[in-house]
Unconditional design. Sequence first.
Length: 333
Amino acid sequence: MHNILSYMKKYKYRGESRMILFKETSSKLKGIYKLIRMVPVIGWCMTSSLLALAFAIGNIDINYIVIINFILAMLILIILHGIVSHSINDKYDWISYTDQKTRGILSGGSKVLKKGLLTIRDLDKLAIIGIISSLLIATFFVLKFGFLVFIGILIGIWSAVTYSLPPFRFSYKPFLGEWFCAFPALVTATNAVYYILTGRISFVSILISLINAFLCIGWLMHHHISDIEGDMRAFPIKKTTVLFTVLNFGREYAVVVPIVYYIFSLLLSFAGLFYISKAFLIPAIISLTCIILEGTTNTLDIDDITKKENYMSFLVIINPIIILLYRIGGIYK
């Protein structure tokens, strides 16, 4: 009888241990999923990859090797953006209190620290694992396509790390976050995927990468409008380009920053439309629509800021999808 009771206690203990382990593992996996932040990752990584694919079609034969290369290239982008960049960003935006002070509905990072799904130590580990993983995958491309791919991966890692990590912390300084991190990462992403697919870089891939970069950065700058209060109360102050503009010219001028970036994408789209392809009419219309949305944004109304951001994120995401369908239709009609 004693042996039976002892066995039952051990079985109960093991069962409880397994349940605790299962709950902890589920929590961590849920935390990693939330950390990735699917909307911005889809909006930045998917757009960059699909635009490269859209303009590569017609210059390549689609086969399983091309598909595998495309998936692996996009995986690198997702790891660098969703895991590396967001791990570092979540950590230091939490420590500086901007994520805790923001009023934005879509702001505050992934909220994995706030909800206790991941710890700061977890974020550190994920950032390191992400960098190592991206380098391992990139090694395959370097061996296959040459050293140019390695330069691309270094730019990606640089952008993911320096955006939030001290002492760089470029996102905390006006203009540097977008020009030293976001812009080079976005432009490199599209051209790197195009290079992996075609074995070269073209003027078209450079132009569409610039247009997409300005669209994404315009969306990012709009997102920063809802972060103004949190960024002002952060330590150190997170002086984004939007906050810098507000502090120097007033709250009503916050929309000027994203509008300027959308104007850049509009002008480049017109250049592509007149000199290259009718496909560039699509980003031209989307850029113009974003300018109108931005110009009608109430910078004091969080609900309106959020609503307009949802519209902009949708437009940026559907841009490459429509272009890809247009290109497929034109090539295989």
